[in-house]
Design a protein around this ligand. Sequence first.
Ligand code: FPP
Length: 241
Amino acid sequence: MKKGSGDEPVVPRSVAVIMDGNGRWAKRAGFERIRGHERGIDAVRTTVTECARLGVEALVLYAFSEENWQRPQREINLLFGLLERFLVEERDTLMQNRVRLLHSGRRARLSPKVLRLLDETVALTAANTGMRLSLAISYGGRQELLDAMQQLARRVQKGELAPEAIDEAALRSALYQPDLPDPDLLIRTAGEMRISNFLLWQVSYAEIHVSDVCWPEFGAEQLAAAFRDYGRRVRKFGKVL
Ligand code: FPP
């Protein structure tokens, strides 16, 4: 039940971002779509370092959805090439900012190289005590819930769990990153007002901020605007204040 006074930004404990509009930004600027994703990396770096500096505890970035596998193979390859570079080149920035990297999503379709770089960066940053940054890669909210249900069903089958014991805590424990707090604020760029299968369980009480700028244009100023907007929200969680 946090409310800021007037126009002061309030820093949420947990933030999730749907980074949208890379393609539109590139098209408008007369570039190939991939140039939008390339510029998107700069926006990722700014958002990560700003959130860490401001004291956000957890940040989840939607980098590649389960549905994104349906994009042209060339764009998928280029996107994963960028992701591989990010996982190596940003290691110093992550360490300097004491950021701990995590992965939310399915591992099955990720290449051995992406998995290796991801696991190495997760291991390198594992002892960092600052912000936790989870990259949602090959992620889908429905798929996460299906994977969680299958995990719980296996435990029931083995006799480890009674069906009646499946409560919110049990389901949460089977999510990809059970220890991350639910997002207080969900930011989406490029003016789109959709959840797009992102963190379906976790966004139940998230405040939603839609920024009109495309992701490559999203910087510290836009993040501050999102936090000011968040500061104006009255959060009741279904109760009467
Ligand atoms: C949405 O733009 C963006 C994506 C599907 C990918 C997001 C990826 C990045 C920002 C770069 C890699 C990320 C990391 C964390 C290294 P879109 O292509 O759907 O844009 P459009 O809707 O305008 O076509």
